[in-house]
Write a protein that binds this ligand. Structure first.
Ligand SMILES: NC(=O)c1ccc[n+]([C@@H]2O[C@H](COP(=O)([O-])OP(=O)(O)OC[C@H]3O[C@@H](n4cnc5c(N)ncnc54)[C@H](OP(=O)(O)O)[C@@H]3O)[C@@H](O)[C@H]2O)c1
Length: 293
């Protein structure tokens, strides 16, 4: 990490705010950046809803979050596989059933897949988990987020988006020889960045903000699988920006932003094309059903 990056993260950490009385859902909170984010938000006073796809890992994450929570807080765990639309809907239904209000959604769950895997819905796994699920979940949870406004949607994109390219004719990388793990991952993080900007535009004036971020190269299971030569910063540092966007008083209302290396930066020019953002939104609706927004 460069000294400038370290200094920027120190500043963001110093700007974190108390979360007492607020509820935050963190997806993919069973390890890595998501687990650290959930624990930190609990430490700031939030009632954290931990999401995992595996019951055992979810229970372990809940125990860690409970240990960091204030005495009165009642953290909870939700189990759902976000590779399918049904899984995302199940998670949204369960949270909406339990909570009339949600102050923060951190859409953190993500995957890097060495091989092309097709989900039960017939989608390429990386696209399903990293692109469709965060958007579907954010839109489904809007009733609770609107009820808690000012509220925040924080989505994990990546600096990998800089090398992402959308092939409109083959978004699922189904053509023979088209699949490459990095190609799938980079494009998924470009796509989710574009959709975050499209979501923020739709939410203007609603009191619900939507922003996204790169956490840095963080030493997690994912980094070891996809980028074994990179050392990675600690998860403590990797979670700083997520916690900042979720909690900092100065970040309230900050919408349509992309953070990298601890600061808001202009992303890849291709991500800013509104026509392409809208085209992508329509592509997601074509596979996930109308988002009604
Ligand atoms: N690490 C980095 O350097 C880096 C850089 C840029 C962006 N990011 C992004 O940051 C986020 C967190 O990454 P990480 O490095 O912390 O990864 P990680 O350690 O591999 O954790 C990923 C999390 O997502 C969950 N997940 C994966 N597939 C899922 C599915 N089908 N349904 C539900 N949950 C699923 C995992 O659950 P299990 O525990 O069950 O596997 C885990 O909780 C991701 O969106 C990633 O793309 C990471």
């Amino acid at each position: 990490m460069t000294p400038a990056h370290a200094e920027a993260l120190r500043r963001l950490r110093g700007a974190w705010g108390r979360m007492d009385g607020r509820t935050a859902l963190v997806t993919g909170a069973t390890r890595g950046i998501g687990l650290e984010t959930a624990v930190r938000l609990a430490g700031l006073g939030a009632e954290v809803l931990v999401h995992g796809r595996d019951e055992g890992r979810g229970a372990a994450a809940l125990a860690a979050v409970r240990a960091a929570s204030a005495p009165g807080a009642a953290p909870a765990v939700y189990t759902a596989d976000l590779s399918t639309r049904a899984g995302a809907h199940r998670l949204a239904d369960a949270v909406l059933g339990d909570r009339p209000t949600l102050d923060v959604l951190v859409a953190n769950a993500g995957v890097y897949s060495a091989r092309r895997v097709e989900t039960a819905d017939g989608l390429e796994l990386t696209f399903a988990v990293n692109v469709v699920a965060p958007l579907l979940l954010a839109v489904r949870l809007l009733p609770a987020l609107r009820a808690a406004a000012p509220s925040r949607i924080v989505i994990l994109s990546s600096a990998s988006h800089w090398t992402g390219e959308l092939d409109w004719d083959d978004l699922q990388l189904a053509a023979p020889g088209a699949y490459d793990a990095l190609r799938a991952y980079d494009r998924s993080k470009l796509a989710v960045l574009m959709l975050t900007l499209a979501l923020a535009r739709r939410l203007e004036g609603s009191g619900v903000s939507a922003g996204c971020l790169d956490p840095g190269d963080v030493a997690t299971t994912m980094l070891a699988a996809g980028w074994p030569d990179l050392q990675g910063i600690s998860v403590e540092d990797g979670a700083v920006t997520s916690v900042y966007l979720a909690s900092a008083p100065e970040a309230e209302g900050l919408s349509g932003v992309y953070f990298e290396a601890g600061a808001a930066v202009t992303p890849l020019a291709a991500a800013l094309h509104v026509d392409d953002q809208e085209r992508l939104w329509a592509e997601v609706e074509a596979v996930a059903g109308s988002l009604g927004l």
